[in-house]
Write a protein that binds this ligand. Structure first.
Ligand code: HEC
Length: 98
């Protein structure tokens, strides 16, 4: 069976960006969005202090390994009502502090 491969060339890419920008999608906005998706240590520290003490004592970042902080923070995200960005920031803070 022949598998159809979708190849994007530069013209198609330029066309795609042109079409997207005509709908108000700005490429520099997309870059900012991509940058803000990364976890931020300083924002994470603030979000951790403000949110993670509401229900129990603050948990020492050293308590858990990097991989355990991912699952635990996802669990706590639901309890604390955090946004995705806050969750990524807190995970970054916890993983860089343990
Ligand atoms: C709305 C209340 C609430 C908030 C806010 C909250 N937690 Fe929790 N946390 C709990 C409860 C309840 C438990 C007991 C375990 C469970 O959820 O069943 C818990 C347990 C834990 C545990 C023990 C391990 C585990 O998964 O059971 C850790 C570590 C933890 N929380 C970290 C955090 C961090 C980090 C934050 C901030 C992102 C946070 N918590 C915010 C309610 C909360």
């Amino acid at each position: 069976m022949k598998i159809y491969k979708f190849k994007t060339n530069k013209i198609q890419l330029a066309l795609f960006i042109f079409v997207m920008s005509s709908f108000g999608f700005n490429v520099s906005q997309a870059n900012e969005l991509a940058a803000s998706k990364k976890g931020d240590f300083a924002r994470g520290a603030t979000a951790w202090v403000n949110n993670c003490v509401r229900c129990h004592n603050v948990r020492d970042p050293k308590e858990l390994r990097d991989d355990q902080w991912i699952t635990t923070t996802f669990h706590m995200r639901i309890r604390a009502g955090l946004t995705g960005q806050q969750t990524r920031d807190i995970i970054t803070f916890l993983q860089l502090s343990n």
